[in-house]
Design a protein around this ligand. Sequence first.
Ligand code: ZN
Length: 681
Amino acid sequence: MKKIIPTLIITTMAGLHAQAAVDPNFNYKVDRFADIEVLRYEVPEFDRLTPEQRIMLYYLGQAAQSGRDIIWDQNGKYNLQIRQLLEKIYTNYQGNRDTADFKNFETYLKQVWFGNGIHHHYSTDKFTPAFSKEFFQTEVAKLPVESLPLEAGETPQQMIEKLTEVIFNPAVMAKRVNQDGTQDVVATSAGNFYGEGVTQAEVEQYYNALKDPNDETPISYGLNSKIVKNPDGSLKEEVYCLNGLYAPAISKIIYWLDKAKDVAENDAQKAHITALIDYYITGDLRKFDEYSILWAEDTQSDVDFVNGFIESYGDPLGMTGSWESYVNFRNNASSQRTKTISDNAQWFEDNSPVDKRFKKEKVKGVSAKVINASMLAGDAYPATAIGINLPNSNWIRAQHGSKSVTIENITEAYDMASHGNGFNKEFVIDEATSDHMDKYLYITDMLHTDLHECLGHASGKLLPGVDQDALKENGSALEEARADLFALYYLADPKLLELGILDNPNAYQAEYYKYMLNGLMTQLNRIELGNNIEEAHMRNRQLIAQWALENGKKKGHGGKDVVELVKKGGKTFVKINDYPALRNLFGTLLSEIQRIKSEGDYKAGNDLIQKYAVKIDPKLHKEVIERYSTLDIPPYRGFINPVYTPILNDKGEITDVTISWPENYVEQMLRLSRDFSTLTK
Ligand code: ZN
């Protein structure tokens, strides 16, 4: 719920798009290794900001990078030591850099940088090094003893033996986050949220004793602490704060936040930065809640940021937050788009093909903010989300609201980098369709998301007395289908031209083609052969696409099928014969699914799901997977940041900040280790 992860783009939008970028020659691709591709991102509208805002972004960016070592240590207790050692080997290496051992070593180091530690950022499995133990030990032995990152009381030999086990023995620290509920997930996870010998049962008991079931505004227990064992066997929390764990990093973060506070745009922003600093000083989670409320309620500021212990996916018990930072500012052009849509919410509700009885008399669109990231850090770097929805505390969300943001420049970078990866050529039926998608898919895809989020979920109402959980296990798939259909239906509406959001009445066809192609074919690539579709969003997409395929038979222009699957050179392609008729089909299905939801008609909903959304044609499935495997599409991607350089006057004061992209992946990682090693030597 909290993070929108860009897996979809990787497998569904790959290759489809090109909107005018800020710089048509911008070079998105930086590096490629193992299962990873590293990209750069542009920062549109940086120039429209005032010098004060750019200076603020600079300070917040410094605060973001100052926390880098925290996430490394949270991810595993040897990560910082390993990183220092590997970087020393890498920079001191005198031998041939073309040997297999060195190349494999380099790949491993790049993977470790990407994972902020020795485990994969997504699977959390430990990386398997392809270089030899001998290479590792020989190269460590060549380093000057005084440069070794030894722990207190450790000899070089002890360090080498310990880290050889940690890096090369697959059984040692095998998984960062173990979620196998049949095991003690605390004792078997390699992450560093719990000290030696602490068990899951002990942690649960510890927190249960603290929690008051009648507290309606509970703090987020354990969010900023590591649980360790006292010598007598009892547990204690080591709190992340200025006088606690990670103090040297936190003190640097506070230093830069304090500077940012002095150039804040307004009092509301100044107030939440002050509250955040108080929280970092004290580690008091009540103060974190105060900060979160002030932050959630500050919807006016242009520049905004997240900096703290936020998401808890890294803790097997889901309590402790991994340190992360996003620095960003409003993307004016796109925020205007979501505002326009939201302002016209009632018109869309009144004119939808849904039965009047199921419409809202008064609908309020949700206005989503669109932002540009300027700095990603901690757990949000290099792999990052394309949207964030915070704060996480349930009672704060209910009482004070939350901020839901789409990170447009990151989405765009993903999209631009996918261009030319062969996806279109392999899966899109002809060049005309492919060209049209190149022109219009980016904007219509963003617009589809806007309509889905701002209007789709907010539209319609239940009849009196209908249980909101009446659709049971099909509830989420049908709800996603309803929001998607609302968006698809309106993408083709002339209203969008009238509102100035689209400039071509046929633009929608780009999204229609992608949607049908994805729902009927390409999303199957994410499913293992022989399995059914389980995930709600995937069920929703297949439901819509299959339903339209079957119910459009002979209903198109001249008695043709509205949509068909055709063979060309032995391969299957989606062919859309009648776009306006497809729009009508989407309208019909929208009206039926709204009826199902409004009346709580479980049986009709379940019939739809079972008939269209679950089963896969095994032959087509196999074909899609085979065709996908011929494309050069990296499974995971992440980003390096731009470099921000302060401009100083002759008194040494900052007067403005410039942005540039001079670094490659290795250069950026080595610079961060040099300039932001707050917890290492
Ligand atoms: Zn949705």
